[in-house]
Design a binder for this molecule. Sequence first.
Ligand code: FES
Ligand code: FE2
Length: 427
Amino acid sequence: MGGSASRRMLGSTENRQQEDTHDDGRGLSRHGHPARSRRRKPAEPGRQDWSSWPHYDGAAAGFRGYWYPVTWSSQVTGKPLPFTICGERIALIRDNGTAYALHNRCPHRGVPLSEGNQQFPGTVSCPYHGWTFDLPTGRLSAVITDGPECRLTGKLGVRTYPVEERLGMVWVYIPIADEEPHSIDSQLPEELVSNAFVMGGRIEPRGGNWRFACENGFDEGHAKYLHRTALWRLFKPMPTWNITRIVPRGRWIFRVQDEVHWDAEFPGVGRWSNKRWWKMQPPKETFNIGNTGKADSVDPTIEAQDFPGFASLSMPGVLRIAYPKFIHYEFYVPVDEDNHRYVGVMVNFTEGWETLRFYAKYLGAIRWLFHGQFSGQDAWMVDVTDAPPEKLYRPDISLTAWRNLSEEEYGKKLAAVDGASAPEEKA
Ligand code: FES
Ligand SMILES: [Fe+2]
């Protein structure tokens, strides 16, 4: 089973997976040479570092070259606000309806521009000495305390970042070099670009590296165990264990369930199940939409996507969980090596009066049960995860497939950005 599953995985996952699951345990390093320093101690089990995914390993502060959701559009006003994305300090401000992002550091003495305010339309002024920057370009457009003849005016400025607004949020593009950004729509989940929908969501600063958050989101093994106590799952049992394979489709990887086991007898230990008398009976057949069972009816827009599995993931850390009537998305936004922003969005593809029903359900239940307590269990784990080193197990095929995907996608991206800037370099 495991063999046929791994053969369908992306790229060289199979070898990597074998490395993880069939650790030699004989004091040999990963390249097969005797590890001299370990000879007297028992060998460290598993994977000691992430060097087989160099781009991923290097992306502790995030993958540059992507759009990231920062905050709700309604939060961005004429009063600048500070954020950190991919280790970059950014000030967001709105002027005349348009949101702007500037490097949040005044070149004069390093005061954050987010501490300042607007003295002239289309600009922001540093609070210290009144250096004033043009919002669209970041150029220094006036220096209030040096008079109109200030010789620095127009000669320097602060970096600006491309900004878009989608899903009621302000998104900022964090460049690799000075490249033009790709269109934000090409990075959003396809079904959110052309369909009408209503949504509710939660944006929250959280502790822990963004990669732990992303890996947790797609982690096959944890949901059925960690979340078995969530109130969201009070009346629905979670499986005990599954057989899962990873199916790539376009820029996404999907988790596909081939077998779902609702209880198991563990030799010498006992029986384990999450079934309870007050919970619904688990479904008879294997299902791939929602995580507790097959639905009687599926929303037509969701059905039309024909997702091979209910959990999918794409760069730069976008998780999609398809339920029969709505889709839940998580965007893991890198802040710095130790912090991320959790952006959880629940989307319902309805229009008109139906939207009221969704809002009532979202505010009455989903917001606190799902985006609150359930997701709080994830936040807890992400904050206390400490890897590598790590000893991966069979269900971690979801983790290694994601790392492989990000490695490949980022390699392609770097090549494209390199190619785009190459002619200039040669000239
Ligand atoms: S530090 Fe910004 S104006 Fe002086
Ligand atoms: Fe979870």
